[in-house]
Design a protein around this ligand. Structure first.
Ligand SMILES: Cc1cc2nc3c(=O)[nH]c(=O)nc-3n(C[C@H](O)[C@H](O)[C@H](O)COP(=O)(O)OP(=O)(O)OC[C@H]3O[C@@H](n4cnc5c(N)ncnc54)[C@H](O)[C@@H]3O)c2cc1C
Length: 309
């Protein structure tokens, strides 16, 4: 049997999420390399332990009772720039970036900017690891509201651990990306690293894009330094807009316990300081009920609800 010397017991998960909400994990392991990540997942699978892989914890709500099993915190954060590859189609000379799955998108944006390389700056202001970004097909609608930029558009290939513990190289198509969706939702596949195609752009232009995105975000959405949250809670509803429906149902500003529907952006449920997961879940139920009754739309959550109910 494998031995995991740094395995901890009974670790409260709230500090590892952007919501700052969540009870304890029975078992908790921080991994700092891809090898450690593979060993940890194999350990959980061999022991038949339920496990959950945590990136930056920006798209999840962990229950108040916490997680019965092993939480693996992915801190394999290295990334490197690689030389251009002639087999890739691109109108411009392409530099590649290979990142471990725990690498933080904000760190990559800064490093790319310094090297005059474009691709990641569209995601400025969004908390995410590379693994979480591929899980959800990270996306951002530009401030002009004309184009949605998806991470799939710059992905070339990735290394994964499949359900049978094989390490494999896969190409972009393997992920079957959709809106807020990829194969990672449907199969127990772990992303180990990913390679992205970048294009050259002067850092001043990249900075301009970053500034525009951050300004738009600050004006339109509550920021994490104002209130902990997990971003948009409900899935997009084509033509109607989840946030707009919540607003039309008269729910902006509604509060249960420490959880509150944002006045700035109604698809955000904020933690005003001492929210429990139960408060957020009760607000989610309220939104679903009211929007269905008043406007006829069935709202679905975009975030993952993790842990013992
Ligand atoms: C303030 C705020 C604003 C946001 N704005 C946006 C936005 O504009 N656009 C957008 O798309 N999202 C947005 N989000 C949501 C969130 O940032 C993204 O979904 C992000 O990609 C989550 O990454 P993470 O590392 O935090 O994933 P986590 O929340 O840690 O995990 C999410 C899921 O991914 C899985 N996962 C993590 N790593 C791996 C891996 N290596 N292999 C397989 N599965 C893995 C986890 O197991 C989990 O199921 C926002 C969130 C916040 C808090």
């Amino acid at each position: 049997m494998m031995n995991l010397p740094n395995l901890l017991r009974n670790v409260v998960l709230a500090p590892y999420t952007t919501y700052q909400i969540g009870g304890p994990a029975d078992l908790f392991l921080e991994v700092n390399t891809i090898n450690e990540l593979v060993e940890a997942v194999k350990y959980a699978r061999e022991q038949k332990l339920p496990y959950f892989l945590l990136g930056t914890g920006a798209n999840i709500l962990i229950s108040d009772k916490g997680f019965r099993g092993l939480v693996i915190l992915n801190r394999a954060t290295k990334f490197e720039f690689l030389n251009p590859r002639s087999d890739l189609k691109s109108p411009q000379r392409s530099v590649l970036l290979r990142a471990e799955s725990g690498a933080v998108v904000a760190d990559i944006i800064e490093a790319c900017k310094e090297k005059n390389l474009s691709g990641f700056e569209h995601f400025s202001g969004i908390p995410s690891s590379i693994g979480g970004a591929l899980w959800q097909n990270l996306h951002f609608l530009n401030p002009e509201r004309t184009d949605t930029f998806f991470i799939e558009s710059i992905l070339v290939e990735a290394t994964i651990l499949d359900e049978e513990n094989n390490i494999k190289k896969v190409e972009k198509d393997f992920f079957e990306f959709g809106y807020d969706d990829s194969i990672l939702h449907h199969q127990e596949i772990i992303v180990l690293d990913a390679t992205f195609q970048l294009s050259e752009k002067p850092k001043e232009k990249i900075q301009k894009q970053i500034d525009a995105n951050l300004l738009w975000r600050t004006q339109k959405q509550p920021q994490l330094w104002e209130y902990p949250s997990c971003g948009s809670v409900f899935k997009k509803i084509e033509g109607a807009g989840a946030g707009r429906l919540i607003e039309q149902a008269g729910l902006k500003g509604s509060q249960i316990g420490g959880a509150k529907i944002s006045e700035k952006h109604a698809n955000y449920i904020m933690n005003t300081g001492n929210a429990k997961a139960a408060d957020v879940l009760n607000l989610i139920d309220l939104v679903k009920k009211e929007v269905k009754e008043k406007l006829g739309y069935q709202m679905e959550t975009e975030i993952s609800l993790i842990g013992e109910k």
